[in-house]
Write a protein that binds this ligand. Structure first.
Ligand code: E4P
Length: 218
């Protein structure tokens, strides 16, 4: 499973990249705003900065909700760097835009996916990735993991190339369950990624090994 980090924070992206396990980055307008990145040119520059850190797909979201606007914005984003993936919302105009970008060889990430029907449409349009929002479904008492499993079955039934990018991941167990189901990619916060490494028996065992070494090598 590929690991993407879901942030626009350059320090966090660097830290995850330095771990050596990072495959890409996802951002969204809320994450950009959280970092205080505003203004069209600053936003474009920020994507370039992210691409300089990580050698992998970087999702950059369009703001337009009409076909022409999405195409104009998406083409501008795609020109920034070869690793840019144009993030398009799951709306009818978005499906048309995904189809257009697929015909031009521009990669897309269909975002705000909350149902199997939406995932099916995005795959038929030729999306490179679809992002089912796991955590946001769990937040309203729907089973986000069940949706990801349903999409996995549908894509496997028809050999769709579209990759399932489990998004809105909140904690390490989400990541583990997504890996069990067979999500192609997960995107989550640095905290959830780092938490995968934690185990009290690892800490206790290491402490013991170091203490025993110290005793014998004084
Ligand atoms: C995905 O690409 C989205 O940016 C993100 O995962 C949304 O996560 P949230 O529900 O934690 O805001």
């Amino acid at each position: 499973m590929k690991f993407f980090i879901d942030t626009a924070n350059l320090d966090e992206i660097r830290e995850a990249n330095d771990l050596g396990i990072l495959d890409g980055v996802t951002t969204n307008p809320s994450l950009m705003a959280k970092e205080g990145i505003t203004g069209a040119q600053n936003i474009l520059n920020h994507y370039v900065e992210i691409c300089k850190i990580v050698d992998g797909p970087v999702s950059a979201e369009v703001i337009s909700t009409d076909f022409d606007g999405m195409i104009k914005e998406g083409e501008e984003l795609a020109k920034l760097h070869a690793n840019i993936v144009v993030k398009i919302p799951m709306i009818p105009e978005g499906i048309k835009a995904i189809k257009y970008f697929a015909s031009k060889g521009i990669k897309t990430n269909c975002t705000l996916v909350f149902s199997a029907g939406q995932a099916l449409l995005a795959a038929k349009a030729g999306a490179t990735y679809i992002s089912p929002f796991l955590g946001r479904l769990d937040d309203i008492s729907y089973d986000g993991l069940e949706l990801i499993a349903q999409i996995r079955t549908i894509y496997d039934n028809y050999l769709f190339d579209t990759e399932i990018l489990a998004a809105s991941v909140r904690h390490p167990m989400h990541i583990i369950h997504c890996a069990e189901i067979g999500a192609d990619v997960m995107t989550g916060p640095l905290k959830a990624i780092k938490a995968l490494a934690n185990h009290p028996l690892t800490d206790k065992g290491l402490e013991q090994f170091l203490a025993d070494y110290a005793k014998g090598n004084q």
